[in-house]
Design a protein. Sequence first.
Length: 223
Amino acid sequence: MPATTTIPEMKRIADKKDGGGKGNLPPVRGNGGGGEEGKNQPKRRPSPNRYYTGVAVGIVSVLMFFMALASAFLVRKGSTDWVPVRIPALLWLNTVVLLASSVTLEVARKRLANGDSRGFRNFWLVTTVLGVAFLVGQVAAWRILAGEGVYLSSNPASSFFYVFTGAHAVHLVGGVAALIYVALRNFEVAKVTRTVAADVTSYFWHFLDALWLFLLALLYLGK
């Protein structure tokens, strides 16, 4: 009969195969929750996709809001009490200012991509100033209309004018706040990089520019 392998012999063979037992196993590294190795590991930033998704959802929400207002505008303007509002000439200058801000914003992003931090800050600051200038110009345009006796409650046309321009201005205030945040935030300790923050802000800003062109054309052609 062939010789049989006893249990102790099988155990010795297994110990040789795995390196002689548990004593030769490599040390277990820390999981980052304690010890010096976990503390020295760099913090991983979350995926930037969540920020791009967030701004996309925000843009769609704002667009749906204004599309609902535009639909109501087109339906209401056929009424007998509709008195067209004369578009103040200042709004055309405001439009140029807002479009210029999109140009300087793109220049700032290009400087940031090329590693020119100083150039980025300068053009980003110019964009912020142009955004504030647009808001100041909108207030001045409202004062011009008020001086002509055109108020929010004067007639349906004036109501839509103030609602359109006012709602856009409120969202632009949010855009200016985002510009200031990107300019002042210390991104060394942030969960997002300055590049991602600048990209997300620029998408929203360009959307507001395009939205303003649409609203101005609607008010001018639909009067």
